[in-house]
Ligand binder design. Structure first.
Ligand code: BTN
Length: 250
């Protein structure tokens, strides 16, 4: 048995909320909350995704939760390391469920094969040059088998393995892995985290098409910079991209 040190040692269960990230933000403003506290909801009425998108998740079928972290030891410029640690924890949990390829589509979508099974929304607050608090929101598709047509390329554990899962049990298993990788971050093992992130990166060192300024271009992902920019070799020139500047064609 794995004894968790930080993540998931305290949990709050909500039947319904707008968004666990929004609820958590307000909750930590008004309460003293221990680092690693998890706030989970059976249903979100306004689940939020990256770039202001909605996160749609059927009531009671998936894991939708937020984790409170205080990574005060991380500089604002090192924010991406937290994203790497959380992505890696999720990948390693998923690897115990299926032999299909699990990968991280930059920056932090988790794929089974080429379909998204998990989304991560990290909201950091800064105090001067460092992070003061982070709300790590995770939406993992577990038992849902039907997705609206708006959600392109989604999958779930049940679609992948034809098994039905007990959500509380899966939450515990996932939290164990998240804790394990968060400890690597706390211990300052930045190089190791970056290395493992690259090892699990979708389409690393493969030539593929991307959309850049509405143009289809061909390039090869070579690396991810310290600040989290994607580095792609295009026409023998290494170019760096921020979120949303480049889109995968797949
Ligand atoms: C993405 O766009 O891929 C990120 C999705 C993040 C969804 C989770 S579900 C729990 C938490 N609460 C939210 O409102 N969003 C995150």
């Amino acid at each position: 048995m794995y004894n968790r040190l930080i993540i998931g040692n305290r949990k709050h269960h909500l039947t319904k909320t707008n968004s666990t990230n929004s609820y958590t933000k307000a909750f930590i403003k008004n309460n003293l909350v221990a680092e690693g506290t998890v706030i989970i909801a059976d249903e979100q009425t306004q689940g939020r995704g990256q770039y202001g998108n909605d996160w749609l998740s059927a009531k009671g079928e998936n894991l939708t939760f937020s984790i409170v972290l205080f990574p005060k030891y991380l500089k604002a410029t090192e924010q991406f390391l937290l994203s790497q640690a959380i992505s890696l924890g999720t990948v390693h949990y998923l690897k115990t469920k299926t032999n299909l390829p699990i990968s991280i589509k930059w920056p932090n979508d988790i794929l089974i094969d080429t379909k998204k099974v998990c989304g991560i929304l990290i909201e950091n607050s800064l105090h001067s040059t460092h992070i003061s608090e982070s709300i790590v929101g995770i939406g993992l598709n577990v038992n849902q088998t039907e997705f609206s047509s708006e959600v392109k390329k989604a999958t779930s554990l049940k679609i992948t393995t034809a098994e039905n899962y007990l959500l509380p049990k899966e939450l515990e298993l996932l939290l164990n892995y998240l804790d394990k990788f968060y400890l690597q971050l706390m211990q300052g093992r930045h190089h190791l985290l970056r290395k493992q992130y690259l090892q699990n990166l979708f389409r690393l060192n493969e030539k593929h098409f991307f959309m850049l300024n509405e143009e289809k271009i061909e390039g090869t992902i070579k690396d991810v910079s310290l600040s989290g920019q994607l580095e792609i070799l295009i026409d023998h020139k290494l170019q760096r991209f921020n979120n949303k500047e480049i889109e995968f064609v797949y």
